[in-house]
Design a protein around this ligand. Structure first.
Ligand code: PLP
Length: 423
């Protein structure tokens, strides 16, 4: 661990510029030793570190427990572990992965409200002692297999304040009228409910959902006190954060809300622990994807291409109608020049599914087989959500690690762990 801290000190804590990322990718695809034909990711460690810095700069009181489901890339998890974050795990396998990095079980929240019994038993065995629930059935399973665990009651986000791109509908969270019966049931089962959790949904557009739900959480703290339960001391505000200007605004509104509802605690007087489960915030801009052109067809003025990743792979978010990808074509044989003629182009993914379409009517310069497309901000719900449809294995897409040393030198590590530097 001490060695890793030194490594962190010696490298820059800022993201690579887009130009440096392209330089890095060019080097990977042109170097005969490294040459990739299949898609690959680049993990920018400077981007990850700078995001953590931004997080603590704006929200020093909020402990991040990175949501592993968002991107369980081993190098990324190792980096987050070295940087000292906690982890939100949804299953036995995710807990196993995080523990294998040497992370202690008290840095894990088992944040799945409905867990298979075997997973609960495993959590008890390895000492993961914080989990969430929103049903009586879950309480009974926990009573049977892990009665010593601390519990967070997950509450539903008020519908009127939900602005997330992908909210969690009716599946998660206790309704207001269910809170008292659930707290009573926990008391009868002699289980300890130590706090409240919620999740406003992926990519919350503004901070209202957080503010409104923190208010409901505060009411739940009061309800528990009225029922005579021991004083709650954890508020888990889940994920839903995005990086960029939106984060600064959300963070400043959130601080006001914390002070309004938990004034003493935020000042550290009454021992309230505030935690969050950010996934997208840390993973999204840490990863860039490069995929290559594997086929081409000209239809009059329109150009059609096939590339070796698609909606059953890294771009599964397109199946839910989410299309905010940033596409920068990179031609290797014919360098793209400013002002080069572009064509309205369609880019298909590699499978035999006719709806496997990544881009439509998108302006691209003329490309050929073995030219590349680079997609920035591709770390959130990409590699973790694709599958192996038609034999294109999303989980096998390799990752190169990139970082810049303090002297400016760009360093890479290939998927086998070999280091190289880029001139
Ligand atoms: N926590 C829970 C319980 C989740 O279900 C999710 C995502 O689905 C997250 C955290 C991470 O959310 P995000 O990536 O929006 O931060």
């Amino acid at each position: 661990m001490a060695g890793e801290a030194k490594f962190i000190e010696a490298t820059m804590e800022k993201p690579l510029s887009r130009d440096d990322l392209i330089r890095f990718i060019r080097s990977v695809i042109s170097d005969e030793q490294q040459q990739e034909a299949d898609p690959f990711y680049v993990l920018d460690l400077g981007a990850t570190r700078s995001l953590l810095h931004t997080w603590f700069h704006h929200l020093p009181m909020l402990q991040p427990f990175y949501a592993v489901k968002c991107n369980p890339n081993p190098a990324f998890l190792k980096e987050m572990a070295a940087l000292g974050t906690g982890f939100d795990c949804a299953s036995l396998a995710e807990i196993e992965t995080v523990l294998s990095l040497g992370v202690s079980p008290d840095r894990i929240v088992f944040a799945n409200t409905c867990k298979p019994e075997s997973h609960i038993k495993y959590a008890a065995k390895v000492g993961v002692n914080l989990t969430t629930f929103d049903s009586n059935c879950e309480l009974q399973k926990i009573k049977k297999w892990h009665p010593k665990t601390a519990l967070l009651i997950r509450i539903k986000v008020p519908e009127t304040s939900n602005t997330a791109t992908f909210e969690f509908g009716s599946k998660f969270g206790a309704l207001p009228e269910e809170i008292v019966p659930l707290l009573r049931a926990a008391r009868e089962a002699k289980l300890q409910v130590v706090g409240v959790s919620f999740h406003v949904g992926n990519r919350a557009i503004n901070s209202h959902a957080f503010e409104d739900t923190i208010e409901v959480a505060k009411t739940t703290f009061e309800t528990a006190a009225q029922l005579g339960l021991p004083k709650m001391h954890i508020l888990n505000i889940g994920g839903g954060f995005t990086s960029g200007p939106n984060f600064t605004e959300t963070a400043s509104d959130m601080k006001v809300t914390f002070h309004k509802h938990f004034p003493k605690e935020v000042l550290g007087n009454a021992g309230l622990r505030i935690m969050a489960e950010p996934g997208r915030f840390f993973a999204n801009s840490s990863f860039t994807l490069a995929a290559s052109i594997i086929g081409k067809r000209n239809r009059g003025e329109a150009k059609e291409y096939w590339m070796n990743d698609g909606v059953w792979g890294s771009m599964s978010f397109l199946r839910y109608g989410r299309d905010e990808v940033n596409c920068t074509p990179l031609a290797i044989k014919k360098p793209v020049c400013k002002g080069m003629k572009t064509w309205s182009s369609t880019v298909y993914g590699p499978t035999c599914d006719s709806s496997d379409i990544v881009l439509k009517g998108y302006e691209l310069p003329e490309l050929d087989v073995n030219d590349w497309l680079v997609f920035h901000d591709m770390g959130a719900y990409t590699s973790s959500c694709g599958n192996d449809f038609n034999g294109f294995k999303t989980s096998a897409i390799p990752t190169y690690i990139a970082y810049q040393r303090n002297d400016g030198q760009l360093i890479g590590t290939d998927p086998s762990g070999e280091q190289f530097s880029i001139v």
